[in-house]
Design a protein around this ligand. Structure first.
Ligand SMILES: [Zn+2]
Length: 504
């Protein structure tokens, strides 16, 4: 991503030192000044998808949110190593080591090799990420590609006395760990409270403690994905991969770890315990979590039957959706809620976002044709700083969007001749809009430069030219008919002295 910055004419490193970024840290439950361990470098790890089914919308929201966070850090001039893993082994149905292996079960169902399942859903995930205009991470490591690192880490945790082996499976000893380190610190809960919420061990359980979790799981002879280990053939537990891969690529302690808030209580809590037990240092300085999704105010879930996939949202192919929404309208919709707040989907809200996104993109075109004057009626410097202030306050994208609409208002007023802008302010306005709309929020003009877009442009030019001729011939019936019929299909036209413009 250094190349991304190198393309910029301005030296963004200066921006980084000027702007004071504050991040809400889940671990301390407060906003803290962002101080990277080794500036200008920043280590960012985000838990990626488990690729045994289509990526769901909650995950897509998490990755779009962290894409915006990554983009802003890069924009400020930080050299970010962004690691987002692919979980392609070791994830059982229950987060506490119960149930079948998700990949093996799907492989049987679809009659494919487990690695075909992995490839199929990895491809699908990448396609959704591309449609939503997320930047690829710097490293996208897989669990199956890091079995050796995971075995090494389990060996170290065993050697330090925080784990035990029973019959080929290695468990993390939570109660022993908790004597030295607070196990439930990420969710601010004491061990006694956590124990109360866990079922009693039965005679069939091998593990010693109710909260103990598997670091390495013994394979059955029929297990499809298994590897040799010092404890016999098996596969890694789900949590160990993130500890092993984050420390390999970002060090024993790194800056930011993110994920969905559903990962906080078990997966991230166990990641902290594993890393702390292995390295005797806290692995992460800032923990960040994205909030959940609701549909018409009800939590989105498989059991509620109200969960749609990103692909269904784009095509409208779901009973709860009136129509399909372009990926950029969806991304814009996501940016209008803070990443730490619940995001509520409804047809009304999506349609409002679609209109807002179109208005924003029209203004991005109009700004290029504005003419400068001797004086400015608006304070553009203040507008730019308001955008930075919002992002510096824990990446508050919705406030940025509100400020960008102030920019849209200024652009349209100057275009209509109601306000004026100096050449310097116009350059600053363009930079501010481009920086925040494209670079930081990660929006782009939908379908721009496609064959369809060019054809539409040509057809509209022809229609407007016919209308112009009709008006010149005083054939107002025809010119009005064209205007009204375009309006009926959602295209507005606006006449000014010099030209006629059209927009959705
Ligand atoms: Zn993880």
């Amino acid at each position: 991503m250094i190349f991304y910055n190198a393309q910029k004419k301005r030296t963004l490193f200066i921006v980084m030192t000027e702007q004071k970024l504050v991040i809400y840290n889940t671990l301390t439950r407060q906003k803290e000044d962002f101080k990277p361990i080794n500036p200008p470098f920043v280590g960012l790890y985000v838990c990626g998808p488990t690729v045994y089914s289509d990526v769901h919308l909650g995950n897509a929201r998490t990755f779009v949110s962290f894409d915006m966070i990554y983009r802003y850090l890069v924009h400020l001039g930080y050299k970010v190593r962004y690691v987002r893993n692919i979980t392609d082994a070791g994830h059982l149905e229950g987060d506490r080591d119960e149930g079948d292996d998700k990949f093996a079960k799907k492989a049987k169902l679809e009659q494919l090799e487990p690695m075909e399942i992995v490839q199929k859903y990895t491809n699908g995930f990448h396609e959704v990420m591309r449609e939503m205009n997320t930047l690829p991470p710097s490293i996208e490591p897989t669990a199956t590609g890091h079995i050796c690192e995971q075995i090494e880490m389990v060996k170290k945790i065993l050697a330090k006395g925080y784990a035990y082996e029973i019959n080929g499976t290695v468990y993390f000893d939570v109660e022993k760990y908790n004597k030295e380190f607070p196990y439930g610190q990420l969710t601010n809960r004491k061990l006694e409270e956590l124990l109360e919420g866990t079922r009693e061990l039965s005679g069939q359980d091998e593990k010693k403690g109710r909260l103990d979790f598997a670091l390495w799981i013994k394979a059955k002879p029929e297990t499809l994905m298994q590897w040799p280990s010092p404890w016999g053939p098996g596969f890694p537990g789900w949590h160990i991969e993130c500890s092993a891969m984050s420390s390999k690529y970002l060090g024993d302690t790194f800056d930011i770890h993110g994920g969905g808030m559903d990962l906080q209580a078990t997966h991230h809590t166990n990641e902290i315990a594993q890393s702390q037990a292995c390295n005797h240092t806290a692995p992460v300085n800032y923990w960040m979590h994205t909030n959940m999704l609701t549909v018409n105010g009800v939590r989105m879930s498989k059991t509620a039957g109200n969960g749609f996939l990103p692909g269904e949202l784009f095509t409208g192919n779901h009973p709860l959706l009136d129509k399909g929404y372009a990926p950029m309208a969806v991304r814009f919709f996501m940016m209008q809620t803070h990443y730490g707040s619940t995001l509520d989907f409804s047809n009304e809200a999506l349609q409002a976002s679609e209109k807002g996104y179109a208005k924003l993109m029209n203004a991005m075109k109009t700004v290029d044709s504005l003419k400068a004057s001797a004086t400015s009626t608006s304070n553009i410097k203040e507008l730019q700083q308001n955008c930075y202030d919002a992002m510096n306050d824990d990446f508050n994208a919705p406030i940025v969007v509100a400020n960008l609409f102030e920019g849209v208002r200024i652009i349209n007023s100057v275009n209509d001749g109601k306000e004026t802008i100096t050449a310097d302010d116009l350059a600053l306005l363009k930079t501010t809009m481009q920086d925040f709309v494209y670079d930081v929020l990660g929006l782009k003009s939908e379908n721009s430069n496609t064959a369809n877009d060019k054809a539409l442009q040509g057809v509209m030019e022809m229609i407007l030219s016919i209308r112009k001729d009709a008006k010149q011939n005083k054939d107002f019936a025809t010119s009005d008919k064209i205007r009204k019929e375009l309006e009926a299909i959602g295209i507005q036209i606006k006449d000014s002295k010099e030209k006629t413009e059209w927009s959705f």
